[in-house]
Design a protein around this ligand. Sequence first.
Ligand SMILES: NC(=O)c1ccc[n+]([C@@H]2O[C@H](COP(=O)([O-])OP(=O)(O)OC[C@H]3O[C@@H](n4cnc5c(N)ncnc54)[C@H](O)[C@@H]3O)[C@@H](O)[C@H]2O)c1
Length: 307
Amino acid sequence: MRILLTGSSGWLGSALAPRLRALGHDVTGLDPVPSRETQIVGSIADRDLVLRTARDNRIEAIIHSGALHKPNIENRANSDFVATNVQGTLNLLDAAVVSGVERFVFTSTTSLMISQAIRDGFKGGARKAAWLTEAMSPEPRNIYGVTKLSAEHLCRLYHIQHGLPVVVLRTARFFPEADDMAHAIEQSDANTKANELLFRRLTVEDAAAAHILALEKAQQLGFDIFIVSAPTPFRPDDCAALIADAPSVVARYFPEFPALYARKSWTMFASIDRVYDASRASDRLGFVCRTSFADVLAELRAEVGTA
Ligand SMILES: NC(=O)c1ccc[n+]([C@@H]2O[C@H](COP(=O)([O-])OP(=O)(O)OC[C@H]3O[C@@H](n4cnc5c(N)ncnc54)[C@H](O)[C@@H]3O)[C@@H](O)[C@H]2O)c1
């Protein structure tokens, strides 16, 4: 397939482009930042460029991952977010319709599901963790979430009005940087990331794999939205215990975890405040993460075996 990939110089884009090429696809990367995966250095906010790129390259599919995102909130104006995330997405959808593109995958974010009320609940000692599924009506708390949700709505509209097959992936965190969140384990970023695989993270390799599956299934699905995160072992009736005493809940599902963690001097978060339930992606998209918390434990077990 001839694919237009936006955000091709980014963390996800540069993981995704080589995988697509290895599958035999012809990938045109578009990003304002030059890189080896980017053939067109430019912005999705440049409507003429987007329309021309889709037409001249006879694009058959668009994977739209380019965006201003959470780290940009500090240094970019709200109008930049709207220009890139909303107008940029609209430009791509228009280009898709005009050029007869047959499938469209949009990288969205689980972050848009965290409202101010949910956030305040976390800070103020909520009695239950929030159980988050695609069925909830999001009320995003910042410009990033607002513009990503607006872009999702545009995707839905273009599916309804033009029959464009679109899959929206509300992706959980996969960034490689150390976490600046209050819950981060200072001593070990690997420890923090392992813990997060229980409820709010996946690897960039798994994120890339989800995009490829979405591309393959878009026509069959028509329009759909999926949370994409490593599979959680938790269930909704764990939510109160997750706030009160997360390590006990984790130990219930993984009895060997305390001993394996102790050998590494790792710790579990005392409290877990949210769970992204990715079961719809597993049921309808057929997506299975290669790396889950259980896999991390298996690695720790293997280390014990070789020590
Ligand atoms: N990193 C995460 O944990 C995470 C979590 C959820 C969703 N996402 C989403 O995944 C996507 C990729 O994120 P990432 O982590 O690879 O971030 P990244 O910053 O590494 O990559 C984003 C890319 O988009 C490009 N971009 C910015 N403005 C653009 C424009 N006007 N036109 C075209 N491209 C533009 C940037 O130059 C960059 O290369 C984004 O849509 C982001 O919202 C990321």
